[in-house]
Design a protein around this ligand. Structure first.
Ligand code: ZN
Length: 309
């Protein structure tokens, strides 16, 4: 029997999954990721962990069909070259696939983590049976994975789906890591919530929110207690998500959006507003479906393993 290892590398933790030849998850391991790590150090750690997993499951290296890795990076999925990684700034301009292949001599596929999640939902989750889907991650960041005719669409440089950095308000708003002001990311992503709380308070809105401690959970709680700034922020986030997805829909005409990421915990409060805002813009009678991701925690390792199938 041949096995596949799927690895989901995140800015705070990395998950490893060992899958058998029919896709059953046989073994799962999680480990903290050091944000200051660089490409070679991260790769050496990955190799060491793979060796441990192989050994612990009484396998040998030849039992592996290959290794799939989802990276939170701007990456060329054909060459496995990493250009940049905002969660781990030192993992940049690094030929990660070649580095790993030199040392392991097994098939290795690297791609963006949003593409991994999109593939996982398309084959095993909320996208089953569809022809095309857009997977939308709303968490620390905001972006998409695009599946067209059953395949990940990566674009010319591997960065298709990075729609979070499309511009909503040119020259206005929070400065994002993409070096522009007013991209969708700056209105929607969890990492920009503290700064938006600060701006709201400076603008004179009464609120119990504290910039440093506000995340999705505290925001939702404050919203439910009638906090004006929380209400404004959630409404604004929903409006920008809807605007962004409407534009994506106009471009690609894909009728299924699957949502994942930590901020999906905002629940109906948030998604009812997104639907309402989307419908304000949408005047055609064909349905556009919004679904929540079905695969939860294992989505990253499932998708990474699917890169090899
Ligand atoms: Zn941006």
């Amino acid at each position: 029997m041949k096995y596949i290892i799927g690895i989901d590398v995140g800015g705070t933790k990395t998950a490893y999954g060992l899958f058998d030849n029919v896709g059953n998850l046989v073994c799962k391991v999680k480990q903290a990721t050091a944000a200051e790590t660089d490409g070679p150090t991260l790769s050496d750690l990955i190799i060491k962990n793979i060796e441990t997993i192989v050994e612990k499951n009484n396998l040998v290296f030849d039992d592996l069909e290959g290794i799939g890795i989802g990276m939170p990076s701007f990456i060329n999925n054909e060459t496995g070259h990493i250009y940049m990684t905002s969660a781990m700034p030192a993992v940049k301009d690094f030929p990660m696939r070649d580095y790993l292949y030199e040392r392991m001599k097994t098939r290795i596929v690297l791609d963006n983590d949003a593409n991994a999640a999109a593939l996982a939902e398309f084959r095993h989750g909320a996208g089953r049976g569809a022809r095309h889907i857009i997977y939308v991650v709303i968490g620390t960041g905001f972006g998409c994975g695009i599946i067209i005719d059953g395949k990940v669409f990566s674009g010319s440089y591997g960065a298709a789906g990075e729609f979070g950095h499309a511009i909503a308000t040119p020259g206005e708003g929070i400065l994002c890591g993409c070096e522009n002001r007013g991209c969708y990311m700056s209105y929607i992503a969890g990492r920009h919530i503290p700064e938006r709380v600060k701006l709201g308070l400076e603008g004179g809105i009464k609120s119990r929110l504290v910039p440093e401690t506000t995340d999705g959970e505290t925001l939702l709680k404050a919203y439910k207690d009638g906090d004006l700034l929380a209400e404004k922020m959630i409404s604004e986030m929903a409006a920008y998500v809807a605007l962004c997805l409407f534009n994506v829909y106009q471009m690609l005409n894909i009728d299924l959006f699957v949502f994942g990421g930590g901020l999906t915990a905002l629940g109906d409060v948030f998604f009812d507003k997104i639907r309402e805002e989307f419908n304000k813009l949408y005047h055609i009678p064909f349905p556009v479906h919004f679904k929540i991701s079905e695969l939860n925690d294992d989505i990253g390792i499932i998708g990474a393993a699917e890169f090899l199938r």
